[in-house]
Write a protein that binds this ligand. Structure first.
Ligand code: PBG
Length: 320
């Protein structure tokens, strides 16, 4: 076996998997206002920026070969309500940001918009809360409205991350009826109730809202494997174009099963906690940041992911 490992050129020739900038989707946190920039304490090297500050970042990403971004709005507390109605305000932050980004970059950039209520609710849940329970179908109606205003604001990809049942089908129908047949749906199909989302909830300010609460009545439990295939099958039958597994590295087995079983475009999300672990170990001098970053991203490709959402996107693309 060692004959083929002798030289870099030979190792490159026999490489089974590759990572390229165009495999990466860069998640970006959007702040209201202008001239705003804050580093996320639990995600060193990741910034929340107002739209004016994001535009040059996106320009830099495009120059490296990254072709898509995912937007996550940081909603001011005073706009959060029990029913999260800011989610369906066509002039809200995510819509304004997509409009401006679309105006600036046209069709050369994919804009992925998250559909879920957690940035907008006082309780921090992805759905509507009634009598202590997250209600499914009433939430789905709101998610459909959210998807339409995002599509109207220039989103190329609608990414429901809420894990309500039947939302992909409902969103697809609504988008089609409102003239958005071409808008892609990337469903967070196998999304686990994971403790690795902590730093993201800090970044968008939903952790304090959620208090000690969790999302276990709608996100999957970490012991599930067959159930992930069931979730993916349902989302595909409802019209998902791309399915996602989330988190990433602790769930590489799920990515592989999904890819082998369905052979459809599959995304992996290297979530905030995964980034935080690598960043913290590198800061301590315990891990080589660049080498571990690239190895972790290549592992997603080997596991079967066609595309990877990662906070390392710009840095990784620059190395590549
Ligand atoms: C919210 C959403 C979450 C993430 C993406 N969309 C958090 C959650 O479900 O609580 C997590 C991303 C990350 O941790 O990087 N619907």
């Amino acid at each position: 076996m060692r004959r083929l490992r002798q030289q870099p050129w030979l190792r490159e020739l026999v490489a089974e998997h590759r990572l390229t900038p165009s495999d990466l989707i860069w998640p970006l946190f959007v702040l209201p206002g202008s001239g705003q920039e804050e580093e996320v304490a639990s995600l060193p090297g990741v910034y929340r920026r107002s739209i004016d500050g994001l535009l040059p970042q996106i320009e830099a990403a495009l120059a490296t070969g990254i072709r898509a971004i995912a937007l996550f709005p940081v909603t001011p507390t005073e706009l959060k309500t029990e029913d999260g109605r800011e989610a369906t305000n066509a002039k809200n932050l995510i819509c304004t940001a997509s409009q401006e980004i679309r105006r600036r970059f046209g069709d050369q950039l994919g804009i992925v918009c998250d559909v879920a209520l957690d940035p907008y609710t006082t309780h921090g849940h992805d759905g509507l809360l009634r009598d202590g329970k997250i209600v499914n179908d009433a939430t789905v109606e709101v998610l459909c409205q959210q998807a339409v205003i995002q599509a109207e604001a220039g989103a190329s990809v609608i990414a429901p991350s809420d894990m309500m049942d039947g939302r992909v089908g409902a969103i697809r129908r609504t988008l089609d009826e409102t003239g958005h047949q071409d808008v892609v749906i990337m469903s967070y199909a196998a999304k686990y109730a994971s403790a690795f989302y902590g730093p993201f909830r800090d970044a968008v300010g939903s952790k304090s809202q959620l208090g000690g609460g969790d999302k276990k009545t709608y996100q999957m439990q970490p012991s599930a494997s067959d159930e992930a295939l069931h979730e993916v099958a349902l989302d595909l039958s409802e019209g998902a174009d791309i399915v996602m597994v989330k988190p990433g590295m602790p769930y590489l087995d799920i990515i592989r099963r999904v890819k082998s079983e369905f052979a459809v475009p599959t995304a992996a999300y290297q979530v905030s906690g995964e980034y935080a672990m690598l960043a913290a170990a590198a800061q301590n001098g315990w891990l080589d940041r660049q080498a571990c970053m690239l190895e972790s991203l290549l592992a997603f490709r080997r596991a079967g992911a066609d595309m990877i959402l990662t906070y390392f996107a710009l840095e990784a693309a620059r190395c590549l």
